[in-house]
Design a protein around this ligand. Structure first.
Ligand SMILES: Cc1ncc(COP(=O)(O)O)c(C=O)c1O
Length: 430
């Protein structure tokens, strides 16, 4: 085997080979792309080039192949195919998700690419982010794809082999989880693919591949980006479906696997993320574990506090104004150590939850009374956000506020919410 070939095969595995154990998520987030780095700079450079010089040696010219012997993992042709910063972002993502990944310009671009690739005649989809339903509506217009209801037995009976069961868990906007083991059983019975939108529970909160999911998608705009400053989407492919058999050209993984085909289709559809976003993404992933654990723990402390206050009843502030709180931790299965929910989310129930206030008017007015929450859509950033969800979701109950917890001190967030409720009570009465 040539040294070039050997280097390509060893690259991503180099770090693994140096230790006789699995490295932690925190270590992988910082070092999984070290094998790509061919410069002395510790921080990654940002490359804005859309195109890359071919070899000066005419005998080395190979179509769509541009191997730089000094940087075998950082060799590119044109940035609609691959580029340095997004390649590094994909390398770290693949390592922390534990499955090969392809990135896209946004979460919805990733969802669209997944449906185009799997090309089902029917998709069973439940509640969750309305934008994914919007993509399916466009696909229905193009090719007659049928949208089925995930929780409807009659609809599930219509599924045929090659169709898709798409599950979002935890759900937007409530933060409640859905049972992936159950949907895997249904998918197996029907010969369907199981795809999961895991945006609300990035590593280390959930690993959908433990439950046999075929494709995991994320809006990387949320926790992978983590700073409310980049749009991106990710598809991660179940490892046994990712690559073709054997070894391909130049020692690279063989063609034929899903990753290769997804990249081919991305090259033609053009939904790649930008260089700047790739660079920001790598910067963000370095702190993924720190951020997500902290955000999930703080959300849990807040949900516990408000649930306890509400259950006290009487004429307390929270009992008076809060109608209900939704979060995976509030589902009955969260109290059973042997439940699917505890198996699925062993490291916390996620940083997003919903609070319903007693009237629409209360929900509309609370965000502007808060000092540590921005009233804005989206989630997953270091800054806490609250959204009167009626602002962007026309079908949602108008009493619902979605809360995304950032990295501030949770007691400060609690006090801010309490003072906001107090101000609301003084303004609107009970
Ligand atoms: C669960 C979920 N999936 C997908 C998306 C779409 O992601 P993007 O905005 O990156 O396209 C969102 C956005 O809010 C989301 O919450």
């Amino acid at each position: 085997m040539s040294s070039d070939k050997k280097a390509i095969l060893e690259g991503p595995n180099k770090l693994k080979g140096a230790f006789e154990k699995e490295l932690s998520l925190a270590s992988l987030s910082v070092h999984a792309d070290d094998y790509i780095n061919n410069h002395q700079a510790v921080a990654p450079p940002m490359h804005v080039s859309t195109t890359f010089r071919y070899s000066d040696d005419p005998d080395k010219l190979v179509a769509w192949e541009n191997l730089n012997p000094n940087a075998p993992y950082d060799s590119h042709v044109y940035s609609r195919d691959s580029a340095p910063n997004t390649t590094r972002f994909e390398a770290v993502l693949s390592s922390v998700i534990g499955a090969p990944c392809v990135t896209y310009a946004s979460g919805l671009a990733a969802f669209h690419a997944m449906i185009v690739f799997l090309n089902p005649r029917r998709v069973a989809i439940g509640d969750g982010y309305h934008g994914c339903h919007g993509v399916l509506k466009i696909m229905s217009k193009l090719n007659g794809l049928e949208q089925l209801e995930l929780e409807d037995e009659a609809d599930l009976a219509k599924l045929r082999p090659g169709d898709v069961i798409h599950v979002e868990t935890p759900l937007n906007p409530t933060g409640e989880a859905r049972d992936l083991e159950r949907y895997r059983r249904i998918a197996d019975e029907k010969g369907c693919y199981l795809t999961v939108d895991a945006t609300f529970a990035p590593p280390p909160l959930m690993d959908p591949f433990r439950f046999g999911v075929d494709v995991v998608m994320h809006s990387a705009t949320k926790y992978f980006g983590g700073h409310s400053d980049m749009l991106s989407g990710v598809l991660a492919v179940r490892p046994d479906r990712a690559w073709g058999e054997g070894e391909g050209e130049g020692g690279k993984p063989a063609e034929g696997g899903w990753i290769h085909e997804l990249k081919e289709e991305r090259l033609h559809l053009g939904g790649v993320m930008g260089n700047m976003e790739g660079w920001l993404g790598v910067r963000s992933l370095r702190t993924l574990e720190l951020r997500v654990r902290r955000q999930s723990e703080s959300a849990q402390a807040l949900v516990d506090f408000f649930a306890a206050e509400k259950s006290k009843g009487g004429d307390g502030l929270v009992a008076d104004l809060v109608f209900k709180i939704q979060h995976a931790s509030q589902q009955a299965e969260a109290r059973d150590a042997n439940s699917w929910l505890r198996r699925q989310m062993p490291n916390g129930f996620g940083p997003v939850f919903s609070i319903w206030l007693k009237t629409e008017e209360h929900a509309r007015r609370l965000p502007s009374k808060l000092h540590l929450f921005h009233h804005a859509t989206s989630l997953g950033g270091v800054e806490s956000l609250i959204e009167w969800r009626a602002m962007t979701d026309p079908k949602i109950d108008r009493r619902l506020l979605r809360v995304s917890i950032g990295v501030e001190g949770w007691e400060d967030l609690r006090d801010d919410l309490l003072q906001g409720l107090q101000a609301l009570k003084e303004e609107l009465g009970n």
